[in-house]
Write a protein of this length. Structure first.
Length: 346
């Protein structure tokens, strides 16, 4: 049995982890922590869990959590995973951080973009970036896993086949991404009220979104050459989903058929990445509630650009689903364990 604790179990990603792990016969949920709802039954806070999960939320007791758990999921804002990971490492336990504390390899870059000090540079050096399609072998032996950002996952999976081949002109990449409101978290925020977002569509974080250095770090690693991007996120009035439209100039003239073949070959054996047939374009509804990423690709001969459309569920492949995929790798299980599901429609 795998003993699991979830720190921040009542946020959107935390409760999604509870949903994914609550029925697994190989998992014991030891501690579900919540500063706001300590002492309350999680199935009363979230009635969709009734009949399947029976746990009382607790205040975080770091000593007890790290003693009892084999793996600890940290579903908290940036800055909070650092002491948890330090204590877990001392006790030989695994940590999967769904926040940003271990994603950026340069502590100075982290501090510049997130405006808090990074107090565990040693752990930062050994943390493994948790994108299984890129880093599968390293994840298996990791002590600390940095679960990727949601926008980042959609963009990296969309560009990885091209970057690995070195086909993209450096600094030609433009990423235009749209996200549902759950990506902003569950905390009260006037900007995310129904009356604020309904029938509206807006850009935010223009030219300075915190996911930018994370995307550039991984694209640089994939391509083997310094890579910058233009990234603009948007908020759309839906609860779940991310759609990223990605544009990149290629170094040599190609064809839509060659690009299609490249992507189909690159992802032929990946259980959660689906390359759609040529001429078919993905939509967020198709991946809702799943750990899948669907991709549509083509080449515009007129402009010399590849166009990629990538969709994921931001709470699944963009957060909790990918975290469970990483847990499966850590414990020698099939990556698909507990994650094989068909999307909800309509």
């Amino acid at each position: 049995m795998i003993h699991v604790s979830i720190i921040g179990a009542t946020g959107y990603t935390g409760v999604e982890l509870v949903r994914l792990l609550g029925l697994r016969e190989d998992v014991v949920l030891d501690h579900l922590t919540s500063r706001t709802y300590a002492g309350q039954k999680i199935q009363h806070l979230f009635p969709h869990l009734l009949g399947n999960v029976d746990h009382t939320c607790e205040e975080l007791d770091l000593e007890q959590v790290t003693t009892d758990s084999d793996v600890i999921f940290v579903a908290l804002p940036h800055g909070h995973a650092l002491p948890i990971a330090k204590k877990a490492k001392e006790k030989g336990k695994k940590v999967i951080d769904l926040g940003a504390d271990f994603r950026l390899k340069d502590a100075a870059v982290y501090e510049e973009w997130y405006k808090v000090p990074h107090t565990e540079p040693g752990l930062l050096e050994e943390a493994v970036y948790g994108l299984p399609e890129w880093n599968r072998d390293a994840i298996k032996d990791a002590a600390v896993i940095a679960n990727p950002g949601c926008f980042v996952t959609s963009i990296l999976l969309g560009l990885m086949p091209l970057m690995k081949k070195g086909w993209v002109v450096p600094n030609s990449i433009v990423c235009d991404s749209k996200s549902g409101t759950s990506g902003a978290g569950r905390a009260g925020n006037v900007a995310n009220l129904f009356t604020e977002v309904e029938s509206s569509f807006k850009a935010y974080g223009v030219a300075h979104h915190r996911h930018t250095p994370e995307i550039e770090q991984l694209l640089t690693e994939m391509a083997g050459t310094e890579t910058m991007i233009q990234f603009t996120p948007h908020l759309v009035p839906m609860s779940r989903g991310i759609l990223s439209t990605i544009y990149a100039t290629v170094k040599e003239k190609t064809t839509a058929a060659e690009i299609q073949a490249l992507f189909e070959e690159a992802y032929a054996d990946e259980p959660f990445v689906q390359v759609l047939p040529a001429g078919m374009w993905p939509m967020t509804k198709s991946v809702k509630g799943t750990n899948n990423c669907q991709l549509g690709v083509t080449y515009d001969e007129r402009t010399g650009r590849v166009i990629i459309v990538s969709v994921i569920d931001n709470l699944m492949k963009g957060a909790a689903g990918q975290a469970v995929q990483n847990m499966n790798l850590l414990f020698g299980l099939a990556e698909t364990t507990g994650l094989q599901m068909i999307g909800l429609f309509p």
